[in-house]
Design a protein around this ligand. Structure first.
Ligand code: ZN
Length: 375
């Protein structure tokens, strides 16, 4: 199978120009027309590579795309998102460019390179006359960067009939796959007091900003780096003018946990917050948006299998994790074997320095092709 590396190395230029085409179609999650355009383009390409394609129309978000090579239960499910965090116009400011072995552009690493890798791998297998061992479904979704609100049911329905899920999110900068990801949640905590005149009636007022200040310190102290738990008060708002005792103040809180047990501990602690000032009230709203993907047999067993297959290509695969969540969090939480981080090597997701390490496009296409044939 080591000739796979060679075969895809000869397709490296084609993979790079495919990636360029995808980057040059901007696709912020919030612009349905723009995302739909990329979806149509990928659908055409997948159809030409022998897939049966189905566009799943959406009202608010971009349409989702299912591309199937073969059908039936117990196949591979590949996840890849076509939306990016970058607004239209970013490309004009930071156009596609190649410097040495690095390619730059909005969304190049997260996650357009993965779409290029998937299409390159499946086109390559077809050109070689090789078939994946089991049916392949690729779900290209359009709302991942906003938490997959409309694609989650589709992801879960497809995962339920899959043998294994390959989440084609970017690899770690050193190429490591992701065998754990933190779960994420958001809370809004509102303090309510009593508004009075700051000069004439200060002592009758209940200062909601003061109340919330106590709660901010409590929230921040819930962070436990040892357990992998962070609680971040990321935004605050309160009061109206300096001569009024404020009756309302709010904070927005980001919670990240490595384990479900930690999520339960933190959510119980946040819900149990009690006011410090006599007469003040607290309103707590929030939920977990993606459950944690814990390092467990669900992720470690497919990782070991992938490691063996990669070794046959002469590639050494390593495993790591990240504080960011992905769609793999959903499928791992269902207990479906899930392998994440099979996308390109690079760095700087969601930042202006985002880039892809160009040689990894062909290498990851070869790896994916090998996984599909040998699994
Ligand atoms: Zn991504």
């Amino acid at each position: 199978m080591s000739d796979l590396l060679d075969f895809f190395a000869h397709r490296a230029d084609a993979a790079l120009s495919l990636l360029r085409g995808l980057v040059e179609m901007e696709s912020p999650s919030t612009d349905k027309t723009a995302v739909d355009r990329v979806v149509r383009s990928v659908a055409e390409r997948a159809r030409a590579a022998g897939a049966e394609v189905r566009v799943v129309p959406q009202q608010r978000w971009g349409d989702h795309l299912l591309a199937r090579w073969g059908d039936g239960e117990g196949g591979f499910l590949l996840l890849c998102h076509l939306d990016t965090v970058w607004p239209i116009g970013t490309l004009a400011e930071r156009p596609w460019r190649v410097e040495g072995e690095r390619a730059f552009g909005p969304g190049v690493y997260d996650d357009k390179a993965s779409a290029a890798i998937i299409l390159t791998a499946l086109e390559g297998l077809r050109a070689m006359g090789l078939s994946p061992r089991y049916p392949v479904t690729v779900l290209f979704n359009s709302d991942e960067e906003v938490g997959s609100p409309s694609s989650r049911p589709l992801i879960e329905a497809e995962a339920a009939r899959a043998r294994v899920v390959f989440c084609m999110e970017p690899a770690r900068p050193d190429g490591a796959l992701k065998v754990w990801r933190k779960g994420t949640g958001r809370y809004v905590v509102t303090a309510l007091g009593r508004a009075t005149h700051a000069g004439a009636d200060h002592e009758r007022g209940i200062n909601a900003v003061e109340e919330l200040a106590h709660q901010v310190l409590r929230l921040q102290r819930m962070t436990d780096y040892g357990a992998g738990t962070t609680v971040n008060v990321g935004r605050i708002e309160g009061g109206t003018r300096t001569n009024i005792v404020p009756d309302r103040a709010r904070v927005w809180v980001d919670v990240r946990v490595k384990t479900t047990a930690e999520w339960e501990r933190i959510s119980a602690a946040i819900e149990a917050l009690t006011p410090v000032l006599p007469g003040a009230r607290l309103v707590v709203e929030g939920r977990m948006s993606r459950p944690p993907m814990e390092a467990s047999p669900v992720t470690l067993e497919p990782f070991r299998r992938a490691q063996e297959i990669a070794a046959g290509l002469g590639l050494a695969l390593t495993a790591d994790g990240t504080g960011g969540a992905s769609d793999a969090n959903f499928t791992a939480a269902m207990g479906i074997p899930t392998l994440d981080g099979l996308g390109a090597l690079g760095d700087g997701a969601h930042s202006v320095d985002e880039y892809v390490f160009i040689p990894s496009l062909a290498e990851r296409a070869a790896l994916l092709a090998a996984l599909l044939v040998e699994w």
